[in-house]
Every structure is written in structure tokens, then in C-alpha cells.
Design a protein around this ligand. Structure first.
Ligand SMILES: [Zn+2]
Length: 217
């Protein structure tokens, strides 16, 4: 048994929404449905899976802008992020208008998620880690069995999340990466909010913001 993953880039920002499911029970979750819901539901239909929840890494509109509509369409709950991102989720309609994202709705998660908690997807378990810095309530999801992390806008292949937003902080983000992500192991691969999949070993080797050699300076 294992966790299946299909990454679906959505919104004009090409945000990586992930449809994940347990291949034993065919029950799944949608991580960060920012928009383009027809692309997401096409994947759900194609694999004949039953979505049980929506998971959010953080409150930015390209990650959470479609969550309210999708939760109503699928009749499922929205879980995450950590509650300090509430101010972002409450401002999505307003930001959607300024960024030209039509139809974005504000989002009220059914439960906030905290560091050390876990979520079940069919028979699979993902651990939750609070990784603030890009936003104050940003969380990541880690599937230990397949050594795969869904890190939102914390870390990218060759880059890190922006920290120039309200309540963003560079040192806090670097601490999240070095104290929450790196201890999971060098071999861990990660799906970012934007761009290609990478692994922690590669980033510790060559990421210009958080490589071991850059941080040792
Ligand atoms: Zn973001």
C-alpha cells in the first residue's frame, strides 16, 4: 500500500496543487486548491477516488483561493493551516480582486492544524509541522513512509519563500527550514508550491539561500 500523488499546477501563478490518495482505500485529500477547480476534479474523476478533506499549507490566495468552492462541491472539510494565517484567509476576496483572480472566496477552515498533529488519508498518515516565516501560520505535511513532504511556499528548488509580506520574517523561515525540514532526512523529496520537485540533500548542497555552506558563513 502506498500514497499516490498527482501534482496539478493551478492559477496564473502555476501553484502546485497536490491530489493525494491511499491506493488501498482510494480515499484522498486535495492540498492547496488555489483555483482552476475543473483541473483538480478531472484528476479526482480520472482516478476514481473519494476526496475526504481539503488541506491547506497557508492562507495565500493561489493556495487557498478555491478551497471554499471545492469544499462545497465535494462536501468535505477544510483542515489547516495553523490559526495565525487567519488574517490571510479573511483577506482573500480583497487580494483576489487586486491580483485579478476572479471568483476567489474567503475561507474559514473547519479545523486549524498545529505542530505535532497528523492527518489521515485513507490508511496513510501525514505529519504536520509548523513552519512560519513566509506566513506566520504556514504548515507542511510529511508522509514518512514515502519520504515525501508537501512544503508549500517554505522551500523551493533553488530558492525559499518570500518574507516581505506582513508577519513574514527571513530568520524565522530559515529556522523553519533548518530545524523542521532538514531533520526529516537528506533523502526526503518535497513538492513545493511552485516549480519542480527536489530533495533536501540537493538544497543543502546548492540552494543559494539555505545550503549548508551559505548558512555556515
Ligand atoms: Zn505563499
Amino acid at each position: 500500500m502506498s500514497l499516490r500523488v498527482e501534482v496539478v499546477p493551478v492559477t496564473p501563478f502555476q501553484q502546485n496543487c497536490s491530489v493525494i490518495w491511499c491506493d488501498q482505500k482510494l480515499e484522498g485529500a486535495v492540498i492547496d486548491p488555489g483555483g482552476d477547480l475543473e483541473k483538480i476534479t478531472a484528476v479526482i474523476t480520472q482516478h476514481d477516488i473519494q476526496i475526504k478533506q481539503i488541506l491547506l499549507t497557508h492562507g495565500h490566495l493561489d493556495h487557498a483561493g478555491g478551497a471554499t468552492d471545492l469544499s462545497q462541491q465535494l462536501n468535505v472539510k477544510i483542515n489547516g493551516p495553523q490559526k495565525e494565517d487567519n488574517f490571510w484567509l479573511d483577506a482573500m476576496e480583497q487580494h483576489g480582486q487586486s491580483y485579478g483572480f476572479p471568483g476567489v472566496k474567503n475561507c474559514k477552515p473547519d479545523t486549524w492544524l498545529n505542530d505535532g498533529e497528523s492527518v489521515k488519508v485513507g490508511n496513510e498518515t501525514l505529519q504536520v509541522f509548523h513552519c512560519p516565516g513566509h506566513t506566520p501560520g504556514h504548515i507542511i505535511f510529511y508522509h514518512e513512509t514515502s519520504r515525501l513532504a508537501f512544503v508549500g511556499d517554505v522551500l523551493f528548488k533553488g530558492s525559499i519563500g518570500r518574507t516581505d509580506f506582513p508577519k513574514g520574517d527571513l530568520q524565522t523561515l530559515i529556522n523553519s527550514i533548518t530545524q523542521k525540514l532538514w531533520p526529516l532526512g537528506n533523502e526526503v523529496r518535497f513538492v513545493s508550491g511552485h516549480g519542480p520537485i527536489s530533495d533536501f540533500a540537493s538544497e543543502r548542497q546548492s540552494n543559494p539561500f539555505v545550503s549548508d555552506s551559505v548558512l555556515a558563513r
